[in-house]
Write a protein that binds this ligand. Structure first.
Ligand SMILES: Nc1ncnc2c1ncn2[C@@H]1O[C@H](COP(=O)(O)OP(=O)(O)O)[C@@H](O)[C@H]1O
Ligand SMILES: [Mg+2]
Length: 286
């Protein structure tokens, strides 16, 4: 029998916890031998309800692998993903539908995954058909309108097909498609990286608004510290598949902030710039 997930936790509590997650891939060589590649080693972190955690680190350090594990596109070799009081890695496929509605991944190339044969309206309504098939026509339309408003999508686009829109417009459609099902956790894996600066700021503002109004929880994977500073409450850095004990130098905070207790590898980013100054450094990878 399918058991319901438990109610959402109170503010400032973890909505999702990753515990000791390890992931190995097996890469085939020319001689058909399978060589194990370690992508994640003993990764633990918490997503706090209604907050954004930025995940930064150099290319190949395992950020996307972690994101894919959280939406169960990869099966970790070891560890737990705790959500609603249960370990997602132990759920049966029938029980995963609710989780798939609650936790969404948007990646850099999400726009390219939009079905080219569908109109934007069909693309946006599809998640509702999957996750809320009993929703009436009128409610469905209202949800569509509100997701379009949230993602600043023009109603003119609804009758168009994905290849009639620009890359930035398509990525906004991909974001609206995620929002229409009202996920509780949004994982953005370099989702804004390919967009121009003004679209980036527009979507960043949209995410901040959703967080204020709907307590959306975000894992924001990025190499762009400007965006991380704009959006994130905390930052965690990864290096070679592990959570790095030392935060990137660019995120070092002034001494008064270091006085605040923060978990290993996590740095609080303040929205209140009067109280907190981040040292200026251009890139995580430097
Ligand atoms: N599907 C896959 N098969 C084999 N190895 C992979 C696969 N995906 C990623 N990797 C390897 O896992 C490591 C972490 O990759 P990834 O999670 O994509 O890092 P990041 O997102 O931080 O750039 C890299 O060494 C990468 O080559
Ligand atoms: Mg990646």
């Amino acid at each position: 029998m399918q058991t319901k997930l438990q109610p959402l936790p109170a503010a400032n509590q973890a909505i999702l916890s990753v515990r000791n997650l390890s992931l190995h891939y097996f890469q085939r060589t020319v001689f058909e031998r399978r060589i194990p590649v370690t992508a994640l080693t003993n990764v633990s972190l918490d997503l706090i309800r209604g907050k954004t955690l930025a995940l930064v680190g150099p290319s190949g350090c395992g950020k996307s692998s972690l994101a894919r594990c959280l939406v169960l596109l990869e099966k970790p070799s070891f560890g737990e993903i705790l959500y609603g009081g249960r370990n997602l890695l132990e759920l049966k496929s029938k029980e995963l539908k609710e989780v798939r509605r609650d936790i969404h991944l948007i990646f850099q190339d999400s726009a390219s995954a939009l079905n080219p044969g569908m109109t934007i309206e069909e693309v946006l309504l599809e998640p509702l058909e999957i996750h809320e098939p009993t929703l009436g026509k009128k409610n469905r339309f209202m949800r569509l309108v509100s997701a379009c408003e949230q993602a600043a999508l023009s109603s003119k686009w609804l009758t168009r097909r994905p290849d009639e829109l620009s890359g930035g417009q398509r990525q906004r459609v991909a974001i609206a498609r995620s929002l229409v099902a009202r996920p509780k956790i949004l994982i953005l894996d370099e989702a804004l990286s390919a967009l121009d600066l003004s679209t980036q700021s527009q979507i960043a503002n949209l995410l901040l608004e959703l967080q204020r109004e709907h307590s959306l929880t975000c894992l924001f994977i990025t190499h762009d510290l400007r965006l991380a500073r704009m959006l994130a409450h905390d930052v965690v850095a990864m290096k070679a598949g592990r959570i790095s004990d030392s935060p990137p130098p660019s995120l070092l905070l002034t001494p008064d902030i270091h006085a605040k207790p923060t978990p290993v590898g996590v740095v609080s980013i303040a929205k209140d710039t009067e109280n907190i100054r981040l040292q200026e450094m251009p890139s995580v990878n430097e």
